[in-house]
Design a protein around this ligand. Structure first.
Ligand SMILES: [Zn+2]
Length: 410
């Protein structure tokens, strides 16, 4: 019976998750390091012309840009060489790495928070409900809306009885393929609930703040990356023409309109600001709590960089010194708990409609950041589950250091 059930599950796994999954055979990821503004300009031109999928943006001269190329783009390598742009192959076999992560994804056992594999969206939501019961009256699951395909948008509030405290907001899963981000968010939830009263640091942080964590901002896209296309980034709302989805992190109603109008682009800004219900639900809810949020961090992968406002402009906000002070505290704590070296800085381009800019510019959250976590060496978005714990530990250290600093400044 056991063997039969097991065989059945394996067959289900193969049928459900392997066949019909989009193939990336022959795809590679190139790492290009532009050394001058001119080279950055040339690279941008190639990206637009070839409609390339940018995995990681450069954050300044000498900082790499990673781009995925299909077998049809192979002459691009020669063109880059002719333009004197140095490039190397970061991932030789994208399809092979996807197969590795699928192997883990096939197994469906359910238990306490399991950091040895990734959870799909319904497992994350189910787990959140369970852990909220463990937490009792001081935790609350807030359904802030529904996604385009009708999935709930779940925020967990982790608090204490009694008075309202200052607030910290953390979110993940806005870009579907960045699987480490919901995994890290669930790790944070687990820590705040299950180590309260055990780890004095956690207890202190629970006493000081109300924590709001939104682990999967884009549940439709995340689910699609599990069932159909591992490299999916956007939402799943339809557009005129063949291309589906909007980049949710270009859809916020702050400096919206300077982004891409191409529905097929990975950074398509949407037909209008907050066209995506995932984003209008986010901002509607944040508007009700924003005034008392001290810190907002939106988690992404990858690049090992804490990104500071603004994204829409190279101009710095007037309180940049404060933002950099707290960023230094974060990055030092992360690096003390990591084998990698994280940095902080602004992005080089100008991008409109980002969550970080909206949080600072509209919701008035002074300390608003994006954290681009690790890609796990040369995995890019395809980090294996063995990266979940180290990524969570180093980033937990970062948020703890920031929260403690804010606590002392109250
Ligand atoms: Zn992202």
């Amino acid at each position: 019976m056991y063997v039969t059930t097991y065989a059945y599950l394996v067959i289900l796994g193969i049928l459900g998750y392997v066949s019909g999954y989009k193939s990336y055979e022959g795809y590679q990821v190139l790492r290009v390091v532009p050394d001058s503004l001119n080279e950055i300009g040339i690279l941008r031109k190639f990206i637009l012309q070839y409609k390339l999928d940018v995995w990681k943006e450069s954050t300044g001269l000498g900082s790499p840009t990673d781009i995925m190329i299909s077998p049809n783009d192979i002459d691009l390598i020669r063109l880059l060489e002719e333009a004197h742009l140095s490039s190397s192959i970061l991932i030789d076999d994208v399809d092979g790495l996807i197969a590795l992560s699928r192997d883990y994804a096939r197994f469906r056992e359910y238990s306490e928070l399991n950091t040895s594999r990734f959870y799909n969206v319904s497992e994350i939501h189910e787990w959140l409900e369970e852990v909220a019961v463990v937490c009792g009256a001081s935790c609350q699951i807030i359904d802030i809306g529904t996604s385009y395909e009708g999935r709930p948008l779940k925020v967990i509030k982790i608090s204490r009885d009694g008075e309202q405290r200052r607030r910290i907001w953390l979110d993940g899963g806005i870009h579907a393929r960045e699987w480490l981000t919901p995994a890290v968010m669930t790790y944070f939830v687990d820590k705040l609930i299950n180590e309260d009263g055990v780890d004095p640091e956690v207890t202190e942080l629970r006493d000081a703040f109300d924590w709001y964590i939104h682990p999967v901002v884009n549940p439709d896209g995340y689910d699609y990356s599990w069932t159909t296309d591992r490299m999916w980034r956007k939402t799943r709302s339809p557009n005129p023409g063949d291309c589906v989805g909007t980049d949710p992190n270009r859809n916020f109603d702050f400096m919206w309109g300077i982004g891409s109008n191409d529905t097929c682009s990975q950074v398509y800004q949407g037909p209008s600001a907050e066209s995506e219900s995932e984003i209008s639900s986010y901002t509607d809810f944040m508007t009700t709590i924003g005034d008392s949020v001290d810190l907002s961090i939106s988690y992404h992968t990858y690049g090992e960089i804490l990104v500071l406002p603004w994204a829409y402009s190279t101009v710095e906000p007037p309180d940049i010194a404060d933002l950099e002070r707290l960023a230094t505290i974060c990055v030092n704590a992360v690096n003390a708990n990591s084998t990698l070296v994280y940095e902080f800085g602004q992005i080089t381009g100008t991008e409109g409609g980002l969550s970080m800019d909206w949080s600072k510019g509209v919701a008035n959250i002074k300390y608003s950041y994006i954290m681009e976590m690790r890609g796990g060496g040369t995995y890019g978005f395809l980090a294996p589950p063995s990266e979940i714990v180290p990524t969570s530990l180093e980033n937990w250290a970062g948020v703890v250091a920031m929260a403690k600093d804010l606590m002392q400044r109250k």
